[in-house]
Design a protein around this ligand. Sequence first.
Ligand SMILES: Cc1cc2nc3c(=O)[nH]c(=O)nc-3n(C[C@H](O)[C@H](O)[C@H](O)COP(=O)(O)O)c2cc1C
Length: 418
Amino acid sequence: MQRRSFLRLTTGGVVVAAVAGTAGLSGCSSALPAEALAAWQPPPRPAGGTASTAATSAINPLDPDTSVRRWLLSHALLAPHSHNLQSWLVSLEAPGQILLHLDLQRLLPETDPFSRQMMMSQGTFIELLAMSAAELGLHAQVQLFPQGVFDAQRPDARPTALITLMQADGSPAQQPDPLFAQIVRRHTHRAPYEMRTPEAAALASITQAAQRAQPGLRSGFAVAGSGPAAESALAQHRQIAMDAWKVELETPRTLLESYRWIRLGPKEIATHRDGISINDPMVRALAAVGLFDRSKASAPDDPGIGAQITGFNEAIAATPAFFWMVTQDNQRTTQVEAGRAYVRAQLAATAAGLSMHPLQQALQEYPEQQAHYQRIHQLLGATAPGNTVQMWARLGYAPPTTPSPRRGLEAHLMKPRT
Ligand SMILES: Cc1cc2nc3c(=O)[nH]c(=O)nc-3n(C[C@H](O)[C@H](O)[C@H](O)COP(=O)(O)O)c2cc1C
């Protein structure tokens, strides 16, 4: 008898495996290898200034032995990043400073042709870094694009941010942030959610958290159970999400781009510790016998693609709320700030016991998505020139999920110039 297994990917959807029985696979585990998850236990905090007691010995912001900056970075690298690419390169050459670059080898040219999501993913990193500095009684002064801003088409080798550490001045804006505690608890959750409407207080805390990073941000929710207009909006959210996901799966070059970042089986996952982890014994078995070939895009009528669509649609149906963020313009700095706002929103959701799952497909700028891009912008009233839906995500209550891999600090350190 054929058994179908829906596997959640770490980006966007599910892969389905249809195999005749599972004999011989029972000894295999789908748990991710421990070394891929080691970064989720950051090192102990450095001695010195603490979150709550200014009276204790202060930490030297110049950080001569780099231990403070390493601690900050160990938290920042837990940030969400599209496709879990972790495109963060840092230089610690100048005392008390972190110079952040986008790793140009880790981009998504097909699904993120203008690197908007890459910029957001620089922002998520910067926000966690700044939050971690505040936790130590430091202030991280962030200068975006210190050598000039990338053009609107593509990023280049110039840095995305120069972060300078200084003593916090004791003002409310530089106090430790309660969201810090959520950094190691935050995970993207792609499973079906309970159909329970999120509490109003939780929604308010998400809005507040996002707006602290980006004061001009327009954000909102589509929530089930709040009248016929809300139900109709929710139905439109669901339909657009499903249609856009189908386009991504049925467009060969965008599907292949995801295949390129799949890490299949414990060896690949432990070696790369990034991308889309699949460790299900059945998919590994299919790949071993040549039935899951990552070098070729599956045809739209492939049963695997059909099943991925089914699995995604099930998750969309089990979504009691959507969260969205709209910016007035789509400047590079705005994109980075939107990333800072998004991770704060997700941390606030985590604190409130809620899960989030970004749905970027309809927000992507490649031609095949254009109709869905326009639909979601229309639905969210983001049609004025420059208005951009930067984030759109499922929101709801769900049982805990597992972390995704991280490459660890050393992978992000640029070699000092000689
Ligand atoms: C800008 C941005 C876009 C993202 N888009 C999607 C998406 O469309 N679908 C999805 O499942 N996850 C998306 N994610 C979540 C990432 O895949 C996730 O952060 C990454 O796999 C690491 O997992 P973690 O968030 O659980 O640590 C996005 C994250 C960011 C920051």
